[in-house]
Design a protein around this ligand. Structure first.
Ligand SMILES: CC(C)(COP(=O)(O)OP(=O)(O)OC[C@H]1O[C@@H](n2cnc3c(N)ncnc32)[C@H](O)[C@@H]1OP(=O)(O)O)[C@@H](O)C(=O)NCCC(=O)NCCS
Length: 235
């Protein structure tokens, strides 16, 4: 059985540890977290082995990065860059109650918690966090580093661009795009395209403000990269 370490020891990391236990597909070695106060302790009975860089001393273990919250949902992207692991090191964790259609795909480092549904031809990228009871319908595209909180529903052909955060219970109309590193407030109904780097709330959702600094930093980095790239889509 593949060994696994979970990077992070907070709420999402602990939920992922439970999904790993339920799936029984990995031998969970423990959590890695940069908070030294946690080192040598256990969370929910799972040991915190040390800091995130300990991953380099465990070359046989697969990895998922389970950090981030609504105030800093760019944390996974920063850690992926910092750790510099090959794509093959990253595991995909799917709770056994998730219904993932044969025509759908889920990328490395992504986590699907209990009772998620991916109906038909859904594409989920790398390092995407999908909380319980999220429903992604036909032809939805969820780009790398997106976060989808519990109970979100996306209509068919919707797109969450890189790093987008969709808060609990939000609804996104069919064929609608949420821009890169934008955040949708919990319970919102998104009826039209949301530009990158903004916070939108309400039903119908309206612009509240610009996204927080960590998200805007990621957006700026990507824009700079794109302007230096000649031709070809960015992955
Ligand atoms: C959108 C969000 C980030 C805004 O947080 P914030 O910037 O601290 O905003 P505030 O709480 O100061 O609220 C600012 C205004 O927006 C309104 N507002 C905030 N969130 C809202 C929401 N989800 N829907 C509708 N209105 C909302 C507030 O009522 C307030 O309105 P007012 O100025 O008329 O009083 C936050 O409310 C949210 O929804 N976060 C996502 C939480 C989540 O889904 N967590 C998942 C599990 S961890």
């Amino acid at each position: 059985m593949n060994e696994l370490v979970i990077i992070g020891a907070g709420g999402f990391a602990r939920e992922t540890a439970q999904a790993v236990a339920d799936a029984g597909a990995f031998k969970l070695l423990g959590h890695l977290d940069d908070n030294p106060a946690l080192h040598g302790t256990e969370v929910d009975g799972v040991p915190v082995l040390g800091g995130c860089d300990l991953v380099h001393d465990l070359p046989g273990a697969r990895v998922v990065i389970c950090v981030g919250n609504p105030r800093d949902y760019a944390a996974r992207a920063r850690l992926v860059r910092r750790l510099g692991l090959t794509e093959e090191r990253y595991a995909t964790v799917i709770h056994p109650t998730a219904a993932v259609s044969a025509t759908s795909e889920v990328g490395p480092g992504s986590v699907l918690l209990a009772h998620c549904v991916l109906t038909a031809a859904v594409r989920v990228g790398a390092h995407v966090a999908v909380m319980p009871q999220v429903v992604l319908t036909h032809d939805d595209v969820v780009e790398d580093y997106a976060t989808i909180a519990s109970g979100v529903r996306l209509g068919g052909g919707a797109r969450l661009e890189r790093g987008a955060y969709v808060g609990s219970g939000a609804l996104v109309r069919e064929a609608t795009t949420v821009g890169a590193w934008s955040l949708i407030g919990m319970g919102s109904a998104v009826l039209g395209d949301v530009p990158p780097g903004e916070v939108w709330v309400g039903s119908p959702a309206r612009r509240l403000r610009a996204a927080d600094a960590p998200a805007l930093d990621e957006l700026a980095m990507r824009t700079e990269l794109a302007s230096r790239t000649v031709g070809g889509p960015l992955t």
